[in-house]
Ligand binder design. Structure first.
Ligand code: ADP
Length: 850
């Protein structure tokens, strides 16, 4: 091996100017070179003038015997220095998983720091198994007892010292960086320390405490890898270095699954691009876990704790460089005078030759910057940080605040040969899996995770809606009974107080009913079960009714309401009138709800587009509270209400606009919103409707047999009084039968009821009814079957009666089905007394109505 000694001249020396602190770094290849170098150092003027001298002496890959010779030589020749010495590995022992220290490379890095008026003191703190807390407390005392303490270089006594437990004791120290490194995994690793005039310290936690009023130390932690994919949790560990389980599975599954590695392939060479990242108190800390002695176990070089949240990460060399470049810009501004880089060997494995470029960036700041490679970088500042991996910690010193130019000539540190050799790699053995195989495996597994997560979220959402729908459905029947009974109270009671309570029950009940209907609609929309059912309808009638309803509620709030309808629109359109009505009602009631003064305006425009189609343009404008631009896109999120502070008094669920949006989408339309916050909003949409050529005459009446709006059935607000009328109501829910009886108590109608289909068929044989109401779903024979059996007897008493289907809610396709089956109409439950009266009024012969 060629022995090269390269001196890295310091830029300030010999220039006649007091240089503050000076750093000299030397790289030797043999212990034999130490005496000659020592002579040179002792001759330097700064050796005599310095207020304090520090030597960091890192030997590389030396066996125990060689290291002890090295130690003796250093101690013999540099008595005037505070010394920290250590035996460190080179990257090759990671590469070959060679922990026995039998590597060939030899290297010595000696860095001398000469302070002008600052200083450093070395302390050896007694070590001890699981006594890190005590060591931390002792160190804390030392720091607090030192005037102008500025930072600590920490060298743990052995590899398994849990530095994070030491650091935890220092969390309240302000602006004092702690930095250091565990340099090796192999047996030969040991560190020693020496303070002039004192004993040699060995087997201790070494803490070199930098101090001085004029001293500044700038530290920075560079990582460059970013977490990707799902976050997992450490669920079982032997101790913080041996992890058994992650997410309840053998820890190695992280690599088995995502990188496609067998357990014997879990070696640093296959992991360097994808360190694991732990998010610990706001700092991303990287970890590389290699296969442990137990199958499925991972060993980490630095602590990983139970419940740590962990994920894979990915980096590319450009990202690493970008972070390091930013660090360098700040160092240039800091105007450093000495530098120390604490670098994880993983960066060499990952960056390969480019690692030298990374270091070179720093050496352009300070030529003599010392670089130490290791396995566990220590960085801790203001309670953040810990034992790191894959990191580059930069530590830069200066003694005064004097501005100095930092750029200088670039010296060649090592010969090209030496550099080649340093960066040479052992040929990969057959355990190394090609990078692209690992990468493509990782992306495949991660996207599979994403797909599973999306599906789980969708399933959960569907389950939620199904649950809401089921609950709502169950609430409907009892709620209907409550409201029905309440209606009776309103009709029959004279007591003012009770009537007031009853009115309250009614309005709260209506709100609850609306909520239930909205939830059921949302469920149907989400399940894709909402159908658009076009019928012929009279546009003037429908719009007129809506306008009438809203005019009333606007007036109650003291708002002006205006309504206009374009004369160019045909009278009878073909489309889903019920859903258009529902959308408009939502927009109109919102307009009234969210407007405190001014006006609400409904305008219906549009016209014929071709002989079969017309476009209907609806606009609802208000002068209300308006919506902030950033809130507009949140409007259609289910259960989302915006501007909550203003709206907290306004009742609502946040479902309305979501339903409107979804219904409009089913009709190939969309909701447009324009709003000025504090001034008002306009909600509008356009739908294409068919023009009915058969549906009605131009006077606006719609052909019998097609459905009209319930409200349009001709209720005149007066009580229904009849003579000689009889009806049969068949429903398996007894409460509904009771309600019908109550509702029609004063109408003079003879009401018969049956709780099942068989009874109904029998009753129909005995008595003639004007109208027979049949519940669709009943145990035994259902409504349609009852209808068929009664109709079978063409000469029977009820072969010519009117049959009305009762459905619990609007069943899919019911609007088409009731007609096909031969029913005259249908009525949805829950129904109110006026709905019942209206439908009876519609089908009872005129002569029977008084
Ligand atoms: P809800 O009115 O039941 O809360 P919606 O889905 O109908 O639910 O509306 C969602 C939100 O949009 C409302 O909570 C309200 O903040 C806002 N919003 C709707 N219409 C208007 C309007 N005309 N003016 C101001 N804000 C409105």
């Amino acid at each position: 091996m060629r022995s090269v000694t390269v001196e890295l001249p310091n830029r300030y020396e010999g220039k006649g100017k007091d240089p503050d602190m000076i750093q000299n770094t030397y790289k030797l290849n043999s212990i034999d070179e130490i005496p000659e170098l020592a002579e040179k150092i002792h001759e330097k003027p700064v050796y005599r003038s310095a207020s304090c001298k520090v030597l960091l002496a890192w030997a590389q890959l030396w066996n125990k015997d060689d290291f002890s010779v090295f130690k003796q030589e250093v101690l013999r020749h540099f008595q005037g220095f505070s010394i920290i010495g250590s035996n460190c590995h080179s990257y090759t022992d990671i590469l070959n998983v060679r922990l026995d220290g039998s590597g060939e490379e030899r290297g010595i890095l000696l860095t001398f720091l000469f302070f002008e008026n600052s200083g450093a003191s070395l302390y050896g703190i007694r070590s001890g198994f699981r006594e890190e807390d005590r060591q931390g407390r002792e160190l804390r005392e030392l720091i607090l007892g030192t005037r102008d303490a500025k930072g600590v270089l920490l060298v743990p006594p052995d590899y398994y010292s849990c530095t994070e437990d030491i650091l935890r004791e220092l969390k309240d120290l302000k602006d004092i960086p702690i930095f250091g490194i565990k340099t090796s995994l192999h047996d030969g690793y040991s560190a020693f320390g020496y303070e002039p005039g004192g004993e040699v310290m060995e087997g201790k936690l070494l803490a070199l405490l930098f101090k001085g009023e004029k001293l500044s130390i700038r530290t920075h932690y560079n990582l460059g890898w970013v977490p990707i994919g799902k976050t997992m949790t450490v669920t079982k560990e032997d101790n913080p270095f041996f992890v058994d389980e992650i997410d309840g599975k053998p820890a190695s599954f992280v690599y088995n699954k995502y990188l496609g590695l067998r357990n014997d392939q879990i070696i640093p060479q296959n992991l360097s691009e994808f360190p694991l990242i732990i998010d610990r108190n706001g700092v991303r800390i990287s970890r590389i876990g290699i296969a442990g002695p137990k199958d499925g176990q991972l060993i980490f070089g630095a602590p990983v704790y139970l419940n740590d949240r962990i994920s894979l990460s990915y980096g590319n060399s450009d990202d690493l460089f970008e972070e390091v470049s930013r660090d360098n810009e700040e160092i240039a501004a800091f105007e450093a005078q000495a530098g120390l880089l604490i670098v994880c060997s993983n960066r060499i494995m990952f960056l390969k030759e480019r690692e030298l470029d990374e270091i070179e960036l720093y050496r352009k700041q300070i030529r003599d910057t010392a670089v130490v490679y290791g396995y566990g970088e220590i960085f801790y500042l203001n309670g953040q940080g810990g034992e790191l991996n894959s990191a580059l910690v930069s530590v830069f010193f200066k003694e005064t605040g004097l501005a100095r130019p930092v750029r200088k000539t670039v010296h060649i540190i090592e010969s090209a040969d030496a550099r080649e050799k340093d960066m040479g790699f052992e040929p990969p053995n057959d355990l190394i899996v090609p990078f692209y195989d690992r990468l493509s495996r990782m992306f495949k597994e991660m996207s599979a995770d994403l797909i599973t997560a999306v599906k789980a979220a969708e399933d959960a959402n569907r389950a939620k809606t199904a649950f809401y729908s089921a609950v709502s459905h169950e609430i409907r029947t009892p709620l209907n009974s409550i409201l029905g009974m309440n209606e009776m109270i309103l009709k029959e009671c004279d007591d003012e107080d009770i009537l007031k309570y009853s009115e309250n029950i009614k309005s709260s009940g209506k709100l609850l009913q609306q909520l239930i209907n909205d939830i059921l609609d949302t469920g149907k929309l989400e399940a894709g079960k909402m159908e658009i059912i076009p019928v012929d309808y009279n546009v003037r009638e429908v719009m007129g009714e809506l306008a009438g309803m809203i005019a009333y509620s606007a007036e109650e709030k003291g708002l002006k309401f205006s309504y206009s309808l374009d004369e160019g629109l045909p009278d009878i359109l073909h489309g889903d009138e019920k859903r258009i009505r529902q959308c408009m009602l939502n927009l109109l009631s919102n307009a009234v709800k969210y407007t405190d003064e001014g006006e609400v305006a409904l305008s219906v425009t549009g016209g014929i587009t071709d002989k079969d189609h017309a476009v209907l343009k609806i606009s609802v404008k208000d002068s209300g509270i308006g919506i902030r631009p950033e809130d507009i896109e949140k409007l259609s999120i289910p259960f989302e209400r915006v501007d909550k502070s203003k709206n907290y008094r306004v009742e609502g669920t946040g479902l309305g606009l979501n339903i409107v949006n979804n219904l409009l989408a089913l009709m190939d339309s969309e909701l447009m919103v324009e709003s000025a916050y504090g001034q008002g909003s306009e909600f509008s949409f356009e739908v294409v409707q068919g023009i009915s050529h058969t549906g009605g005459d131009q006077n606006g009446s719609v052909k019998a047999g097609t459905r009209q709006g319930k409200e349009g059935a001709g209720g005149n607000g007066e009580d229904l009084i009849t003579r000689d009328a009889s009806i049969l109501v068949v429903d398996d829910t007894k409460m509904n039968l009771t309600l019908v009886g109550y509702f029609l108590k004063n109408s003079g109608i003879d009401v018969d009821t049956a709780q099942n289909g068989y009874m109904a068929v029998e009753m129909a044989k005995e008595k003639k009814y004007d109208i027979i109401f049949l519940d669709l779903k009943m145990p035994g024979i259902d409504g349609v079957e009852v209808f068929k059996r009664i109709k079978e007897d063409i000469c029977g008493l009820n072969s010519g009666s009117v049959f009305i289907l009762l459905t619990a809610e609007e069943e899919e396709g019911i609007r088409e089905r009731f007609g096909e089956e031969g029913f005259s109409d249908f009525m949805t439950k829950p129904f109110t007394s006026s709905m019942l009266e209206d439908i009876i009024r519609k089908y009872l012969p005129d002569e029977k109505i008084i």
